[in-house]
Design a protein around this ligand. Structure first.
Ligand code: DC
Length: 226
């Protein structure tokens, strides 16, 4: 099989991973793989079924009932949950928080690993998540750890919520981000960490264009022929 080129981007929630990864994918002609959306699809299943999220046994036992698949429509990732296209339902706060909770369980992570590795073996991908460079694609050609300060991430999220007409305070939003970081970084299974060979990028004071250019440059330095 032809060797594919893989870029892994990990980092905390709200650092801009998906916006940036989408842009890099477009500019390089790569497939963008959003692994958070896969965890969100699993989270949606547990929410719909009313499975208690703190009951690891119950969550793990129902993983066998779930099939998550990915399709692409005009280059945009669509997530299928047992055949139903649930893409439009995945951005809700509750779904994100559920994903963050259940993604700590090994059975949930195991259910998605083959799908993620299979995509990377089939296409040139830029894949974002929490454990892509450290566990899913340890041999990725180019690894980035993308972050930004909690305040910068909170302001961004606050503006999005404000635009949707949701009444929240900036402090509240920042606290949620800190809680989510703690959960994602301190869990036993596949915590968010910077892989040893990942390049650390703090985007707090960078524009999207600057981050995109930097990642393309890093990929070229790491053997991407383009
Ligand atoms: O990136 P996101 O906000 O869509 O991810 C939702 C949650 O899913 C995140 O809080 C942790 C989990 N996740 C994970 O554990 N591993 C990944 N590779 C991607 C997401």
């Amino acid at each position: 099989m032809k060797k594919t080129y893989n870029i892994a981007i990990d980092g905390p929630a709200g650092a801009g991973k998906s916006t940036i990864a989408k842009r890099v994918a477009e500019e390089l002609g790569f497939v963008y793989v959003d692994t958070g959306a896969m965890y969100r699809a699993m989270g949606l299943y547990f929410l719909r079924k009313g499975i208690p999220l703190e009951d690891e046994g119950a969550v793990s036992a129902s993983c066998g009932e779930i099939s998550v698949d990915i399709a692409y429509e005009n280059g945009v990732q669509q997530v299928l949950l047992n055949g139903e296209n649930v893409t439009a339902l995945l951005r809700e706060e509750a779904v994100g928080n559920t994903a963050s909770k259940v993604s700590a369980y090994p059975a949930v992570r195991a259910a998605l690993m083959d799908l993620q590795r299979g995509l990377a073996a089939s296409y040139n991908v830029i894949m974002d998540g929490r454990d892509i460079g450290s566990l899913v694609l340890p041999k990725a050609d180019c690894k980035i750890y993308l972050t930004a300060s909690t305040r910068v991430r909170a302001v961004r999220r606050y503006k999005e919520l404000e635009a949707k007409g949701e009444a929240v305070s900036l402090e509240e939003v920042e606290q949620k981000i800190i809680d989510r970081d703690n959960r994602d970084m301190t869990r036993e299974t596949a915590p968010l960490i910077q892989a040893e060979d990942a390049v650390y990028l703090d985007a707090s004071a960078m524009t999207i264009d600057q981050v995109v250019e930097r990642i393309k440059e890093l990929a070229r330095e790491r053997g991407l022929e383009a």
